[in-house]
Ligand binder design. Structure first.
Ligand code: LLP
Length: 390
């Protein structure tokens, strides 16, 4: 894995090519993506697990082509994501559709496509889905998204599996939901679904999830309900601090843990919805330094990329490793900021960088997931372009 260790120097080696492109620029390393997918598939295949790629992390077509090539299904949270997946070759029978607020037109589109499963998040949604399916004379396959009340130990904005969160059906509602389902003939219950949060680095959290899933399974057995599909969502975190040390997440430990702790009934199929762990490390946001400005206690390196290209630091105070690709001078301390009219438009405070000048290329690493896809046009900014290195 020579190349993997040298990911950052590979970008340095590509500086001449990068300089030919306008910035800000998203750069994707497809070779790293392929190696990541190969490892994920290899580990999931050991237990016949199904992996769906969560398009919300990055829905660029060349990225989707790799997911398809690797044999992954698609996990979608909007009608347009379902459409993007299907238009890019994912078979409807490999598409799952979650979300607390599916609109009628999104549901109708997914019904027309005969997707594999709707992950349903409330009784009200079940009633509406049943009605819309009835109008089309169809039976929709559904999984109940259950809120297991498991703490994901991650940032509060990306925690989804606590009772205070809007996601999923709470345990105390299940009895009523199951009774309701008996009155909804155009729905077919095929499984249960969970997703407790994102950027989970403490694997014991997933062990707690397994324990809760096992308890719910007991409950369904007691109700005499057979479930063929158990979907445990996504959430596996990546190393933002030292990306080059673990460019490929530990899929062996991750899938191995579910194999060890999840109790399955005969014939049950297990599904995962991975986003970040598959694409985060293969993407870098490359930006040019516009100005250097002396502050009271620090220098500001003002970039041509801002929170409009990568909002994670502003929204979740998240860390992304920052590097100067073009300077090798002695290090100084900088606040690395963008051009947007918001003080939160800051990629990193007190970052040690080689002496930085106008025109230097700056790499902001681990930006492949929830980077480009969360871009906005605030300040009437134009969308950054993307290039793909093999
Ligand atoms: N399944 C469902 C139902 C989800 O809501 C999500 C992510 C995933 C799967 C994929 O989770 P992953 O494997 O990527 O952790 N914008 C935030 C992350 C939001 C995640 C939303 N749901 C960020 O930049 O950290």
């Amino acid at each position: 894995m020579e190349f993997l260790k040298g990911e950052i120097s590979m970008l340095k080696a590509s500086v001449q090519e990068l300089q030919q492109h306008a910035t800000p620029l998203y750069v994707y390393n497809l070779d790293l993506l392929r190696q990541t997918l190969q490892k994920a598939k290899q580990e999931a295949n050991k237990y016949n697990y199904h992996v769906h790629y969560a398009l919300k992390a990055n829905a660029n077509e060349p990225i989707l082509a790799e997911m398809l090539q690797a044999g992954l299904g698609a996990d979608c949270v909007s009608g347009n994501e379902v459409k993007r997946a299907i238009e890019n070759g994912f078979k409807p029978e490999n598409v799952v559709f979650a979300g607390v607020g599916k609109s009628d037109s999104e549901i109708n589109y997914a019904l027309d496509q005969d997707i594999f499963c709707f992950n349903c998040e409330s009784s009200h949604e079940l009633i509406v889905l049943n009605e819309l399916a009835e109008q089309k004379n169809k039976k929709a396959r559904i999984a109940l998204r259950i809120n297991p009340n498991v703490n994901a130990n991650t940032h509060k904005y990306i925690t989804t599996g606590l009772e205070e969160n809007k996601f999923g059906i709470n345990a105390w509602e299940l009895q009523d939901v199951v009774a309701l389902l008996k009155t909804l003939p155009n729905l077919e219950l095929i499984g249960i679904h969970f997703h407790i949060g994102s950027q989970i680095t403490d694997l014991s959290v997933f062990k707690n999830l397994c324990t809760r899933v096992n308890e719910f399974q007991e409950w369904f057995v007691a109700q005499n309900i057979q479930l063929e599909h158990i979907n445990v969502g996504g959430g596996l975190g990546v190393d933002y601090y030292n990306p080059e040390q673990q460019l490929i997440p530990d899929f062996e430990a991750y899938f191995g843990l579910f194999n060890q702790f999840l109790e399955l009934r005969p014939g049950q199929q297990v599904h995962f919805e991975l986003g970040r762990s598959l694409v985060a490390q293969c993407g870098t946001l490359v930006s040019k330094v516009l100005y250097i400005k002396k502050g009271m206690t620090t220098n500001f390196a003002i970039l041509d990329a801002g929170m409009t290209e990568l909002i994670r630091p502003a929204l979740y105070q998240s860390y992304h490793k920052i590097e100067n690709l073009t300077s090798e001078a002695a290090e100084e301390r900088y606040d690395v900021v963008g051009p947007i009219c918001e003080s939160s438009d800051c990629f990193g405070k007190a970052v040690m960088l080689p002496e930085t000048n106008r025109g230097d290329l700056i790499a902001i690493h681990t930006a492949g997931a929830y980077g480009e896809v969360m871009a906005s046009g605030y300040n009437l900014r134009e969308k950054a372009t993307a290039i793909y290195l093999n």
